[in-house]
Structure formats: structure tokens, C-alpha cells
Design a protein around this ligand. Structure first.
Ligand code: ATP
Ligand code: MG
Ligand code: MG
Length: 367
């Protein structure tokens, strides 16, 4: 509470504070909604966030990424005749002109304009929601296609370096700290058999066959604001994990969790599959949003993106299980193993449907 007072004091230029309430369902940052009265007598709403320093070790670099990307988006949105206050996040500087405020405990805070008349939905309820999210994240790619992605900081180093994840996994198997390897021989075999998948993208990137893109890396529905009047996705928010990466990674991760017919930790694997109908919806929305910004190679590799992201995620769950569950929080015994198994089941299912997935992408690309 006292910290908050100190922070509010650093943003006095916005206006007269009328109210402050904890806000939203974010799991990473500490979010507040502030309402100010501004000189013309109107209300102005602001989102104030205490950044999670446990997860983000480089808050300054992170804010540099956000400023870089949102300034660029602002320019593009204005060029397109859009509304830059609703179609991108806008950082509101503190009284001293800085884009963030460091409190006396050393915690980092930042403020954004509140996006009015729009809602964040927690769960995909209809195909249309999933389509809107695909469209919004595709459009994000499109608007940022000319951004020099290599100038962004890698705030979580090697986040989607699948080869590194694979090597970490090998080390965990080798060390077998908790003696769990004996329980997961089949799962280890499953990962080993697909080792080649860990290098597909990395090798192509080295050969310069893939462009480095601005990626979002947390492409959930609730990181999009949906316009209340039109029900269209208008703004991609939660830019903490914006980093240089590959278009297929954002796409693939969305499919990994969004097209799964069951929960990520479902223990009845017969319920787990990758829904082709949802896959198609997402492909169509994503490609439409991208408006021709992707290369033919990137488009062709979209199914591979889904597989590699699922593979990488499964590897990480299994590695954490082997190392004693210190990265992903568990709520029951073998939770990370259950999670790994759903990912591997999804991969098997994708492999069985590979031809269909490729056909869906070809069809959507030719529309
Ligand atoms: P996550 O768990 O998705 O990582 P987070 O803790 O990083 O979330 P955000 O997604 O940045 O937090 O914000 C939390 C919630 O606050 C959002 O889901 C949204 O409802 C709301 N929100 C954030 N920024 C804005 C904004 N500029 N305008 C309106 N609402 C916002
Ligand atoms: Mg969020
Ligand atoms: Mg977040």
C-alpha cells in the first residue's frame, strides 16, 4: 500500500487520482486500474503495473523492447488511418519523463493508457474468438514486418532454442537426480526419436532461409483486446515477451494450446487431440492478418511450427519432471509428467494428420 502511494506520487502529472483498484486476471505482473480526473473535467483511465522481476530479470531492456515496438506500431496505425490509442499499447511516462518508475524497494513500475470499450476474454468460447485472435496476432506480424527484429533484446535468452531445450533434457536424463528416468523410458524414447525436429528451424535460420521476426511469445486470447461494439480483435497487449524470433513459433504455440481438445494436464489421453477444424480457423485468420507478409517458406512451415512448439514444450515439462519440478508449478504428483504426455499425444496426433494440416495451409495460402 505504501509502495503504491509512492508510485502514484511519481505519476501525478496525469491528473487528480479518483480511484485505484487491482485489475484483470494476469498471472505475471501486478496490475491496477487508476482513474484520474484531467483538467478538462473528463476522466482518464490508466493501467499501472508492477513488473514481475522473478520472471523478467532485465526490466530496462524489456521496456526498451516495448517502447521500440509500440512506437513503431503507432506510426503504422496512424499511416493506416487507425486509432493509435486503442490499437496498440501506449506507455505513459512518469513525471520525470522516464518510461518506467523504480520504487524505493527497487521494483519496476510502468503505466499504459487504458484501452476503452474493449474486453479481454479469458477463454476461447467460439471459433470466432479463435479466429479473431489469429487475425490479431497475424496483423501484429504484418504491422511489424518492417521492424528491425535483431535490434530487440532477447529478454529471456534462448527462449525458443529447441536444440538448447533438447540438450538440457539430455543432461537431465543423464543426471537423473531423482531416479525418475526409470518411470519414463517410453517418453524419453519418444523425444529421442524426434531429435531432428529440434534443429529444423535453427539450421534454416543459420542458413538465412528464415527471416527474424518480432514475436509476441504469449499468444493467448486474453492478451488481445476485443472491441465491445464490433467483437473484433483491436489490440495485442502484454508485450513483455516481445523478442526476436520466428513467425512459426507464435503460430505454433497458439495451435499447441488453442487447438488441443483437452486440458494441458489431462490424464485421460484419449481426450487429447489436435482439432483440425480449429487449426484451419487459426491458419485462415493468421494468414489473413499477415496480409502477405510471410515468405512462402514460412507459410509452408506453419504445420512444422505447431509440431516444434509442442515438442519443445513437452521436452520442457519432461525435463522439469526429471529435475524435480522447480520450474513449472505442480499441483499434484506427476503433474509435469502428465503435461509432457499430453504434448506427446498431440504430436502423435499431428503426425497422423500431417497431410491434412499441410493441405489446409496450402488451401488458405491460395485464397
Ligand atoms: P499474463 O498472465 O497474461 O502474462 P500479465 O500479468 O502479464 O498477464 P497483462 O496481460 O499485461 O498482465 O494485463 C493483465 C490484464 O489487464 C489484461 O488481461 C487486461 O484485462 C488488462 N489490461 C492490461 N493492459 C491493458 C490496457 N492497456 N487497457 C485495458 N486493459 C488492460
Ligand atoms: Mg496477459
Ligand atoms: Mg504477461
Amino acid at each position: 500500500e505504501t509502495e503504491l502511494e509512492e508510485v502514484l506520487d511519481a505519476y501525478r502529472h496525469i491528473g487528480t487520482l479518483k480511484s485505484k483498484i487491482p485489475y484483470g486476471n494476469g498471472h505475471i505482473n501486478n496490475t491496477f486500474l487508476l482513474t484520474y480526473e484531467i483538467p478538462d473535467g473528463q476522466e482518464k483511465r490508466i493501467i499501472l503495473q508492477e513488473m514481475n522481476r522473478e520472471v523478467f530479470k532485465q526490466p530496462k531492456e524489456l521496456m526498451e523492447n516495448i517502447i521500440g515496438v509500440t512506437s513503431y506500431l503507432r506510426g503504422k496505425i496512424i499511416e493506416n488511418g487507425g486509432d493509435p490509442e486503442r490499437e496498440t499499447l501506449n506507455v505513459v511516462p512518469a513525471d520525470d519523463g522516464e518510461n518506467y518508475y523504480v520504487d524505493s524497494r527497487g521494483e519496476y513500475w510502468r503505466a499504459y493508457l487504458f484501452i476503452e470499450d474493449a474486453t479481454c476474454y479469458e477463454q476461447v468460447e467460439t471459433k470466432e474468438d479463435f479466429y479473431q485472435s489469429a487475425l490479431a496476432f497475424g496483423n501484429f506480424q504484418h504491422l511489424l514486418a518492417g521492424y528491425p527484429a535483431e535490434t530487440l533484446h532477447e529478454t529471456i535468452p534462448q527462449f525458443h532454442d529447441t536444440r538448447k531445450r533438447f540438450n538440457d533434457f539430455l543432461r537431465a536424463v543423464d543426471e537423473d537426480k531423482l531416479g525418475r528416468v526409470v518411470h519414463v523410458r517410453d517418453e524419453i524414447d519418444f523425444v529421442m526419436k524426434r531429435e531432428g525436429d529440434a534443429d529444423v528451424f535453427g539450421d534454416m535460420l543459420k542458413r538465412k532461409e528464415l527471416p527474424l521476426r518480432v514475436t509476441h511469445n504469449d499468444t493467448k486470447l486474453n492478451n488481445i483486446m476485443i472491441d465491445n461494439a464490433t467483437r473484433k480483435g483491436i489490440c495485442v497487449i502484454d508485450l513483455d515477451t516481445v523478442m526476436p524470433g520466428l513467425a512459426m513459433n507464435d503460430f505454433g504455440d497458439s495451435i499447441r494450446f488453442g487447438a488441443n481438445t483437452a486440458a494441458e494436464d489431462e490424464t485421460d489421453l484419449s481426450k487429447v487431440s489436435s482439432n483440425l477444424e480449429l487449426f484451419e480457423v487459426y491458419v485462415e485468420g493468421f494468414l489473413k492478418g499477415c496480409q502477405g507478409s510471410l515468405t512462402q517458406t514460412e507459410i509452408r512451415l506453419l504445420p512444422m511450427g505447431a509440431k516444434v512448439m509442442t515438442y519443445e514444450c513437452g521436452i520442457r515439462f519432461l525435463t522439469d519432471y526429471l529435475e524435480g519440478d522447480h520450474y513449472f508449478r505442480i499441483h499434484r504428483e506427476n503433474h509435469n509428467l502428465d503435461r509432457a504426455r499430453t504434448q506427446f499425444k498431440l504430436i502423435e496426433d499431428m503426425e497422423a494428420k500431417w497431410g491434412e494440416m499441410e493441405a489446409i495451409v496450402r488451401k488458405a495460402a491460395n485464397k
